[in-house]
Design a protein around this ligand. Structure first.
Ligand code: THU
Length: 127
């Protein structure tokens, strides 16, 4: 689809912040940019750990930053996510965590060489 200015700005921010990923184990970099209705943009990247399962995903990193800044459920508009892989979409755990804060959040991501914009409710239906 043709992205709105908000969506393309967020995707650009996600592309930039993924360069800060700490991912020496997978070499997979992910960045997330989350826009809240207060106009602020919260950034996140994946942070891996020698205990692999303790890794924090980019999307959850961004949402935690927003909540720490005072955002509440229902406060979010759009999240853009970018990775250095070909086929990326937010993992099941991130979908579940985001679900807590708004089924109508627009998620922008690149999958199979195309940009997709889906409501969280489409990525995690029947919740
Ligand atoms: N990763 C994310 O940051 N978000 C996702 O939705 C999927 C996976 C990270 C976790 C790990 O550091 C790397 O990508 C490989 O799975």
């Amino acid at each position: 689809p043709k992205l709105t200015k908000t969506q393309s700005d967020l995707l650009q921010k996600a592309e930039m912040i993924k360069e800060n990923a700490y991912s020496p184990y997978s070499n997979y970099k992910v960045g997330a940019a989350l826009k809240a209705k207060n106009g602020k943009v919260y950034l996140g990247c994946n942070v891996e750990n020698a205990a692999y399962g303790d890794t924090i995903c980019a999307e959850r990193s961004a949402i935690c930053s927003a909540i720490a800044d005072g955002c509440k459920p229902g406060d979010f508009e759009t999240m853009a996510v970018s990775s250095n892989g070909k086929n990326f979409s937010p993992c099941g755990s991130c979908r579940q965590v985001l679900n807590e804060f708004g089924q109508d959040i627009d998620i922008v991501f690149e999958f199979g060489g195309e940009i997709h914009v889906n409501k969280l409710s489409e990525l995690l239906p029947k919740r």
